[in-house]
Design a protein around this ligand. Structure first.
Ligand code: FES
Length: 193
């Protein structure tokens, strides 16, 4: 009888200890969620530290450059007037998602150019099929295809919109960014509306 009581008592103590540990973990997690906005408020540079400035002032028409940012690669492409005119005319049928309804981009990039300023495309290089690095089409210029995926041959136009009947399901992802004075593109870690 006594042993049963002791056993019951030790089980209760163990359960109480476990419950206490779970409560502590949940409390710490909760405090973490509450603390992050305060840290951002108190340290305005918190997010700025993750942003990156890219000088595009030397980028010529139909030229591109690539940068690494937060573990991912980004292409910046300066599009010619002729390309911009073609992009305005492209539509569903040729493209899987001409209006970028299913694709990931900031609100300002939900347009045929998928950019803040039509001339410049700023886009992640990960193919939306299995994530391979896409490349700029070397013989494009007059072609509809701006970017190619070497893994399973998905083709994207000069706005990073995937053509119809390709393995890739979505348009290329667009990061959040803004233009600042002096020909600088600033990549921003936070999502914009
Ligand atoms: S990873 Fe690009 S087509 Fe498969």
């Amino acid at each position: 009888m006594t042993n049963l009581y002791k056993k019951k008592h030790s089980e209760t103590v163990t359960r109480r200890a476990m419950l206490g540990a779970v409560v502590k973990i949940l409390t710490l997690l909760g405090l973490g969620f509450v603390a992050v906005p305060f840290i951002k408020f108190l340290l305005p540079g918190f997010e700025d530290d993750l942003s990156m400035d890219i000088d595009i002032s030397e980028l010529g028409i139909n030229e591109s450059m690539q940068v690494e940012w937060l573990g991912r690669r980004i292409i910046i492409y300066r599009r010619a007037e002729e390309i911009l005119n073609n992009l305005k005319e492209s539509a569903d049928g040729v493209l899987q998602d001409a209006n970028s309804m299913q694709s990931r981009q900031p609100g300002f990039a939900k347009n045929p150019f998928r950019s803040k300023r039509p001339e410049y495309l700023v886009v992640y290089t990960n193919c939306t099929h299995l994530g391979c690095e896409i490349a700029v089409n070397p013989d494009a210029q007059q072609s509809l295809i701006g970017f190619l995926c070497p893994c399973h041959q998905s083709n994207y136009d000069y706005s990073g919109r995937v053509l119809s009947d390709q393995p890739a399901p979505y348009n290329l992802e667009i990061p959040n960014y803004t233009f600042v004075a002096g020909g600088i593109v600033r990549l921003l870690p936070s999502q914009s509306a």
